[in-house]
Design a protein around this ligand. Sequence first.
Ligand SMILES: Cc1cc2nc3c(=O)[nH]c(=O)nc-3n(C[C@H](O)[C@H](O)[C@H](O)COP(=O)(O)O)c2cc1C
Length: 289
Amino acid sequence: MSWVSIDKEKCDSCGLCVGRCVRCFSVKEGEISVEANETNCNLCGHCVALCPTMAITQHKMNMDGFVEYPETVQFDTSQFIQFVRERRSHRNFKKKEIPLNDLETLVDLCRYVPTGSNVQTFEILFVRDPERIKKLSDMNVDFFKEMIDDVEQRAAKLVANGKKIPEDLEYALETVVSRRNLVIARDAGMDPIFHKAPAVMIFHSPKLTSTPKDNCVIAAQTVVLAARTMGLETCYIGLFEAAANSYQPLIEELALPSGHSVYSVLILGYPRLKYLRAVDRKPMKVRWE
Ligand SMILES: Cc1cc2nc3c(=O)[nH]c(=O)nc-3n(C[C@H](O)[C@H](O)[C@H](O)COP(=O)(O)O)c2cc1C
């Protein structure tokens, strides 16, 4: 049976569905027909959302999810630009718990971001327990500690044998300096990874899916902006991503579904600091064609 059906009583043959999706819809002698299945339909729901007479049913989706808003939201462009420019990475948070309801709203919002081929395969690991956040942070620092030792030992061995240090190792040696600071900070009682944030969002996805990194980052950035409407601020934590995908103890600790990788990580909370002015940035390089 086709995943999509047309109620002939309601259909006025406007053809919007055919124009939008020739993969599933076709017209023969003025009559529109549909055959949607796993080979041609990716559940985008455009056909249902476009139909002026509500003649189309998508049987694989919850039809109650097709909400009809009375008006399209219009943002003032300059206000939106200000909203984007006022977003800054925050690493100092109030010791204030975020209502679960707000976190659930952010999670639910992620359902509506676009994904490559509409796969909707990314998932979220939401960590809120301070002990657990500290454990993951400490493991992240342990990873860097081991990495520093490894990089330095490899370089020392090459030098001792009179060999040239390859470019990638040279680069690793440069980054080791900043990583060492993380170890020093952790040993001094700080949290140089998650900055004692009350919540950590780890976006992960099967590696073998359409555009896994993009899907997770788009969701994360949507959360970054939406969180601001709740008085929350965020910071991406790329440091954790690197460790979460390569440090075996951390891989085991996270216990993500098999075949998954971490593609984006956010901390969030109520900010302690208020930036009084927006920042300058390098000019945008663009080639207009
Ligand atoms: C993909 C990505 C990864 C990042 N990883 C970290 C991180 O691990 N730790 C951290 O403190 N900041 C991290 N940041 C924050 C950047 O340092 C920050 O975005 C940049 O300095 C610009 O400052 P702003 O976000 O306040 O505008 C990351 C940002 C991005 C976009």
